[in-house]
Design a protein around this ligand. Structure first.
Ligand code: NOJ
Length: 751
């Protein structure tokens, strides 16, 4: 829409009024945080109006620009001048109080309108104190622990001058070839939503202007995890039903938790790149969900519209992205380069630009940056890597570990053991412990399993042998490893992937242990010593031989700064493992996508009938199912009861079970609730997770666990894509994983 023209006089009058409004707005009589939420919001809008009235087009486009700093946290040479001129509103990777304050000082003291910068950074699973990779954290099935990790990450980030994390990544991933499965919460929309909420709450708290909080960013909007063939950045084609039922829910949970920003993704979705997709960016996000924060593009994803083939040049790319609803452009500079000309040609409206600026300023105000733009160096020193944060990292890492096998109670190992062979390329690799996306984390802070064992067992002899490199193709080190095993009472084998094998741009076509690691396992196992395999990896692995032949397996993911101590805590029984898989482990890469909440087909697999849905070479079942994990104690889940045999479509129901620790140690069980809508107007998944609780029980103790089922959990999208609860039978299943379940049913009836 073109701007109405004003006479010079009215222009002058407006300028005086806007200066007064601006002064009043920028220096309010009361600090913003002490007033009620509604008053605070309208105050912010008033202050934004005052600024918008004063901003030139170039300054507005400057707010829409984010540029990259150096990897070590410094800003780039051109940036101070851009900031001084009001042409740059945000950076990524600039961090550390010295760097951020230096640039901020220019924005706040030397630019015409004194609009503060917002400093973004990928704080994915910790800033300097690194927690387990998100997939690992999710394996804790403990939203309180996940929230706590995010909260510590936020405190360290803000102390280092960072205001904004590009997390949580809430992409559902059903394909373990995709390396970014490590960064999310796995395959399930319900678990993913619970974790999305926990992380947003942890990062943002109730008020992210606090000096220990940051604003969060739900990414990558959307369906990025559905990349064809698991190849990063690849095309996605997903029905609207699957978007609404599988890929959207964790994003919606983030919005409901108050997330301040979104990141548009790299992938094209049903033919329209997600960084130029008005359906997802505007109709869903703004229209249906009423999201009022801003959307940042992923790195150069605006410019990439040209390669996608939906924009002929930079001007068209800017036009499409901004009109679709991408407010801030990360790294490429097309809004800045072409904004004025696009406005002149009426390919963009002033209103669109103003709205994007408004959304960004809104978040800057909510962050309190106008009132408190600087970070404090003393605080940076006190908060980062504090002993309390490091202790939390150890605790949370131990909670994320999953016991996959424990034949003849090989684990826990006795602390009285005289000698331990620690073998494998991951046994003493600091850099791999912290996984991908390490924030400001340093390899030198990380505790390896070798270090963890040494401090756990000061008296024992640790016979360490690397055996081979992660990707090795030779067996030279095997002999030494076998000797170490022979000379020891027990063997621990640390095998898996390197940190760079998962994360961004780290897709694999094989899920096997890389290199000749499996041969190393076989050689060591042949010594007959009691062997525990400790897996370190960013995705499910196809470990069939190990699952069959080694007596004990611990899945530890990449457990972070305190990995070695946490794993030792679990190996020697100071912590009883209670984690569960947030993702299905397949037997073969050819089974992918393999996920528990699939549809039934008209010919469900039947081993007695050839013409049913299965393979001729590999069973159709997973190696380890979703939700699976053992403990050093045993639990029984019994006495499934429903509060009513039937409920109306808008009704609620309570599902209750008893969970009892029938073993000899205190431990945690994750009680999981699944449902199935047996007959509906559209096919429904064979089971869907709808509730869970991680319960701690002393030996011999029993507890009743209740789950509420309400219309939101019972409904689905019908043939017209309307969300409905239909009358009919609902099967209820409860158990310790998605396979071993006790069942009951109830009816939903018409009123
Ligand atoms: C690209 C990644 O896809 C995204 O997740 C990340 O936040 C940005 N780069 C910024 O580093």
């Amino acid at each position: 829409m073109p701007q109405p023209r004003l006479s010079p006089l009215s222009n002058f009058g407006l300028t005086i009024v806007s200066v007064i409004v601006l002064l009043a707005a920028i220096f309010p009589t009361q600090p913003i945080r002490t007033r009620g939420a509604a008053a605070q919001r309208s105050d912010i809008e008033r202050r934004i109006n005052a600024l918008l009235a004063r901003m030139t087009l170039a300054e507005k486009l400057g707010q829409l620009q984010q540029l990259d700093g150096h990897a070590d946290g410094r800003f780039k040479d051109e940036q101070p001048e851009l900031v001084r001129k009001g042409l740059l509103g945000s950076t990524l990777n600039v961090r550390g109080v010295k760097n951020t304050n230096d640039l901020q000082r220019i924005a706040v003291e030397q630019s015409r309108l004194k609009i503060p910068m917002i400093f973004g950074f990928d704080v994915i699973h910790g800033y300097r104190t690194v927690f387990p990779i998100p997939l690992g954290e999710t394996a804790s099935w403990d939203p309180a622990a996940v929230k706590r990790a995010a909260s510590i990450a936020a405190a360290e980030s803000r102390a280092a001058g960072v205001h904004w994390t590009f997390a949580p990544m809430v992409d559902i991933a059903r394909d373990a070839r995709w390396g970014r499965i490590a960064e999310g919460s796995g395959e399930d929309p319900y678990l993913g939503s619970v974790m999305a909420r926990a992380r947003v709450q942890g990062f943002q708290g109730t008020d992210y202007s606090a000096n220990d909080k940051v604003v969060a960013c739900a990414k990558h909007w959307v369906a990025y995890g559905a990349a064809e063939a698991g190849r990063d950045y690849n095309t996605t084609d997903v029905s609207e039903r699957t978007l609404r039922e599988v890929y959207f829910p964790p994003f919606k949970a983030a919005v409901d938790a108050g997330v301040g920003t979104f990141m548009s993704a790299f992938n094209s979705l049903n033919g329209v790149p997600t960084s130029a997709n008005p359906f997802t960016l505007t109709d869903i996000l703004r229209g249906e969900w009423k999201f009022d924060g801003f959307v940042v593009s992923d790195y150069t994803s605006v410019e990439e519209l040209i390669k996608h083939g939906v924009a002929a040049d930079g001007a068209e790319a800017a036009q499409e992205a901004l009109n679709a609803g991408v407010d801030m452009e990360m790294v490429s500079r097309l809004y800045n380069r072409h904004g004025a000309e696009l406005l002149k040609q009426r390919r963009l409206t002033q209103q669109t630009i103003d709205e994007a600026v408004r959304r960004i300023l809104r978040i800057k105000f909510r962050l309190g940056l106008f009132d408190k733009p600087y970070a404090d160096e003393a605080r940076e020193r006190a908060v980062i890597l504090s002993p309390a944060n490091v202790a939390a990292a150890r605790e949370i890492a131990a909670r994320s570990i999953v016991l996959l096998k424990n034949e003849k109670h090989v684990l826990p190992l006795a602390k009285s053991v005289k000698s331990v062979a620690l073998i494998g390329p991951l046994a003493d690799s600091q850099k791999d412990m912290i996984g991908s996306w390490t924030g400001d984390g340093r390899a030198e802070d990380a505790i390896t399993l070798l270090q963890g064992l040494k401090s756990k067992l000061p008296q024992a002899k640790i016979n360490y042998a690397k055996g081979c490199e992660i990707g090795c193709d030779r067996a030279e080190g095997f002999e030494e490893a076998v000797r170490a095993a022979r000379e020891s009472d027990v063997v621990i084998l640390a095998v898996g992937e390197s940190a760079e094998m998962s994360g961004e741009a780290a897709s694999r076509t094989s899920l096997d242990l890389p290199g000749r690691q499996l041969d190393l396992v076989r050689a060591v196992q042949a010594t007959g010593k009691p062997t525990t395999v400790v897996l370190m990896n960013g995705r499910p692995l196809t470990i069939n031989w190990i699952a069959e032949n080694t007596p004990a397996i611990l899945e530890t993911w990449f457990a972070g700064t305190q990995a070695g101590n946490a794993i030792a805590d679990v190996l020697f029984g100071d912590v009883n493992p209670g984690g569960k898989l947030p993702v299905t482990f397949p037997r073969a890469v050819g089974q992918i996508p393999l996920y528990y909440n699939h549809f039934n087909t008209g010919r469900p697999p039947d081993s007695n009938n050839k013409y049913t849905s299965k393979y001729t070479d590999v069973p159709w079942t997973p190696l380890f199912p979703f939700g699976y994990g053992l403990s050093y104690t045993q639990f029984k889940i019994t006495n499934l009861q429903l509060s009513a045999p039937r409920i109306p479509a808008n009704g609620k129901l309570t599902v209750s079970v008893d969970v009892e620790n029938v073993g000899k140690r205190a431990g945690d069980e994750v009680v999981q609730l699944y449902i199935r809508d047996v007959v509906a107007s559209v096919a429904r998944p064979v089971k869907e997770l709808k509730g869970f609780e991680r319960v701690r029980l002393e030996p011999g103790m029993k507890r009743r666990v209740d789950f509420a089922l309400n219309p939101e959990q019972l409904g689905f999208y019908n043939r017209k894509l309307r969300f409905v609860v239909e009358p009919g039978e609902i099967k209820v299943m409860v158990g310790p994983n998605s396979q071993d379940l006790i069942e009951s049913t109830f009816q939903v009836v018409e009123r």
